[in-house]
Design a protein around this ligand. Structure first.
Ligand SMILES: Cc1cc2nc3c(=O)[nH]c(=O)nc-3n(C[C@H](O)[C@H](O)[C@H](O)COP(=O)(O)OP(=O)(O)OC[C@H]3O[C@@H](n4cnc5c(N)ncnc54)[C@H](O)[C@@H]3O)c2cc1C
Length: 372
């Protein structure tokens, strides 16, 4: 067994699933995430109101668990009290408890994660990887995995593996503007969950989810075409428009919210390339994430897991027992280091999905039914 030290860029569901799998077979993992805390697109956002803090799941609303391994994990989360079925959204819909980010928080607690650490580039020096980012350089690592949205991965990947970069380039994401509104009293005339009402793709009373604090808190997610049209609008303007759309769906005037905000998910939903995960054996570089399978939490987990399974084989390759050196962090240099030369390397392995059908609907709008 030859344990390797992996750097995983992105500590969302895919990156953490990959980290879990790698750690299980004896590899060492350090994750880097630009966020200040766990969640990624499964984040929970808090707003202050005169009645106290109100939480909103402003990314993923729920998740399904059909893959048998993922279902096993979700059941374990359920037994631990951090996930619960949510039948209002569907027969096999689950949510994190008390917030969607709880399961990611639990997964992240098992690993070394460098939060608030934006990675901007990679350099390969003497068969080792070094990461450059907001907090200087970090390394050396034996292998690197990118577990970030395709649009953010492409610039980093393309410099080291042209084929992977090209795959990421084809995976265009659909944006999603999300409004969050708290009211001092329950709104009349609205079902606790509804879809496809005018410009609204999905709206839910957040407090209708299991394990949430009481209070009238609504999450309103705009359709992909609406979000694309208003992509560069100000959050204030978008918040006002989504509030008006909610009133229109209610068919009556609604009270002024006691707190309101809008969040733009620029890279919200990717149809999925169908590759599952990407790995280049020669330079020990890989990629995982929902964009390789489909726009769902479960797809992100499966993608991360697939990559870990592929890399588990590396541990079984004959080789000397190596005690990996500690990760060193270097302060940013005054002048940036020269960019690494472009190397065209064929990807040695493109793991393909076998269980989950790819959501290859490039160019078409992704509706909320895609999560079902
Ligand atoms: C509005 C919205 C609604 C959704 N609704 C649902 C739903 O109801 N059901 C469902 O199943 N799925 C839903 N999804 C999709 C689901 O959230 C994603 O498929 C899943 O969370 C993706 O996980 P991931 O790990 O691939 O990516 P992410 O969760 O995006 O994780 C990537 C991580 O990488 C970090 N990062 C990015 N770039 C860098 C960098 N350069 N350096 C360091 N860190 C970096 C980010 O901070 C992030 O934490 C929704 C998504 C959105 C946005």
């Amino acid at each position: 067994m030859r344990p390797m030290h992996f750097a995983i860029i992105g500590a969302g569901m895919a990156g953490l699933a990959c980290a879990d799998g790698l750690q299980t077979v004896g590899h060492r993992v350090t994750l880097f995430d630009k966020g200040r805390g766990p969640g990624g697109r499964m984040s929970t956002r808090r707003l202050e109101t005169p009645h106290g803090t109100v939480a909103f799941d402003h990314g993923a609303q729920y998740f399904t668990a059909r893959d048998s391994c993922f279902l096993q994990l979700v059941r374990a989360w359920s037994e631990a009290g951090i996930a619960s079925p949510w039948p209002l959204a569907g027969a096999d819909a689950w949510v994190g408890v008390p917030g969607m980010n709880e399961v990611v928080k639990r997964m992240a607690a098992e690993h070394t994660v460098e939060w608030d650490h934006l990675v901007t580039s990679l350099a390969r020096k003497e068969a080792s990887w070094w990461l450059t980012g907001k907090r200087g350089e970090a390394g050396p690592f034996d292998a690197v995995v990118l577990a970030i949205p395709a649009e953010q991965a492409v610039a980093i990947l393309a410099l080291h593996d042209f084929a992977m970069g090209r795959t990421a380039l084809t995976a265009r994401s659909q944006p999603c503007w999300t409004g969050m509104f708290a009211f001092h009293r329950p709104l009349d005339g609205l079902a606790p969950v509804f879809r496809n009402a005018g410009d609204i793709a999905w709206a839910a009373r957040n407090s209708a989810k299991p394990g949430r604090a009481r209070g009238e808190a609504w999450v309103v997610q705009a359709s992909g075409s609406w979000s694309s049209h208003w992509l560069e609008a100000s959050p204030q303007h978008v918040s006002a428009m989504l509030l008006a759309a909610l009133a229109q769906a209610a068919g009556r005037a609604i009270p002024e919210p006691i707190a309101a905000a809008a969040h733009r998910w620029r890279y919200a939903l990717s149809p999925g390339t169908g590759d599952g995960a990407l790995w280049n054996d020669e330079i020990a570089l890989g990629a995982c994430g929902d964009w390789l399978l489909g726009p769902r939490v479960e797809c992100a987990w499966i993608s991360g897991r697939m990559l870990a399974m592929r890399c588990a084989d590396l541990a079984r390759l004959p080789g000397p027992q190596i005690t990996p050196p500690p990760v060193r962090f270097r302060r940013p240099k005054v002048s940036p280091p020269p960019a690494p030369k472009v190397r065209l390397m064929p990807s040695a392995c493109h793991v393909r999905s076998h269980e989950i059908a790819s959501d290859s609907m490039l160019g078409k709008e992704i509706s909320h039914e895609k999560y079902d």
